[in-house]
Design a protein around this ligand. Structure first.
Ligand code: C2E
Ligand code: MG
Ligand code: MG
Ligand code: MG
Length: 279
């Protein structure tokens, strides 16, 4: 009986894997087409300075709506792009697009852009980024690159070189999804970051005293290392009030706005400017 159960499980597992492989092959072909057709575009989520209330940047988040009008989740198509080597082409198109949009925003509004761990293996990455910003006419000082902890582990020397090259060019570096990866604290000791982004999983938990204490510790860590802290995933006023009361520097989340298309982001900028300068 136990054997039969085991066989059933194996069959179910194989079935799931086959479906997965088929799904993947299906997406790979369509991903290639979508990238070339320009169907994957950056949307922009506002980043708010919590000390002043000013808009201080937008994070570019890739969006792909497939032929049937269904959005494909970024973690799905980014993973396929990574596995198939399409990530470099996707990245170059998205970054050029985003830099061109950002060049039209006020100078104090930064562009944050995510770099996948797979790209960190490319020794030419810093050069590629600089060429794209230059071609778009965006000052490198207005670009911030977001990398995750896991991206730093595989080849620390290569990662160190990349971060040094980017910093030398004036580009800022944020440590994304802080607290969810491996050995967060040793990364902070080893590399210089301009910003730490507290992962939304720490923000979203309601009335959890332990989580709150961890957030407090992260805020105080940022203060003592003189690194600005962004909190991701702010959805409720209560969460915002807590973060503001404890000195969090920057906020991001549905409370301020979801990622929006370029035209909507430009309108968001204009609204904010009108609010800041009442007639
Ligand atoms: P991330 O860089 O940590 O981006 C933040 C994610 O949190 C985004 O999900 C954003 O839509 C979501 N988010 C922001 N505020 C809230 C909130 O208040 N509530 C909730 N529930 N979610 C919120 P998204 O756009 O689905 O992207 C997921 C991940 O995919 C990103 O995480 C990033 O790792 C990756 N990604 C997205 N675009 C790109 C890209 O252009 N290149 C690369 N390499 N990775 C990307
Ligand atoms: Mg990010
Ligand atoms: Mg993040
Ligand atoms: Mg995240």
């Amino acid at each position: 009986e136990a054997k039969a159960l085991g066989r059933n499980r194996v069959a179910a597992y194989n079935m799931a894997m086959q479906n997965k492989a088929a799904e993947r092959a299906h997406y790979e072909a369509r991903l290639r087409d979508a990238i070339r057709a320009g169907d994957i575009v950056p949307h922009y989520q506002p980043l708010i300075n919590l000390k002043t209330g000013a808009l201080c940047g937008f994070e570019a988040l890739a969006r792909w709506t497939d032929g049937n009008g269904r959005p494909v989740p970024p973690p799905v198509f980014i993973a396929i792009a990574e596995e198939t080597g399409l990530i470099t082409e996707l990245f170059e198109r998205l970054l050029s697009h985003a830099c061109a949009d950002a060049a039209g925003w006020p100078a104090e509004v930064m562009l944050s852009f995510n770099i996948s761990p797979v790209q960190m293996k490319d020794p030419l990455l810093a050069g590629r980024i600089l060429k794209i910003t230059a071609d778009a006419g965006l000052a490198p000082q207005r670009l911030e690159v977001e990398i995750t902890e896991n991206a730093l582990i595989e080849d620390p020397e290569l990662a160190g070189n990349l971060l040094r090259e980017l910093h030398a060019a004036g580009i800022q570096i944020a440590l994304d999804d802080f607290g969810t990866g491996y050995s967060s604290l040793s990364q902070l000791a080893r590399y210089r970051f301009d910003k730490i982004k507290i992962d939304k999983s720490f923000i979203s938990t309601q009335d959890d005293e332990r989580q709150e204490k961890i957030v407090l510790a992260m805020l105080s860590l940022g203060r003592s290392l003189n690194i600005a802290i962004t909190a991701e995933g702010i959805e409720q006023h209560q969460q915002l009030a807590y973060l503001m009361a404890h000195g969090c520097d920057i906020g991001q989340g549905y409370l301020f706005g979801k990622a929006m298309p370029a035209e909507a982001a430009a309108a968001y900028v204009r609204e904010r400017q009108a609010m800041a300068q009442p007639a």
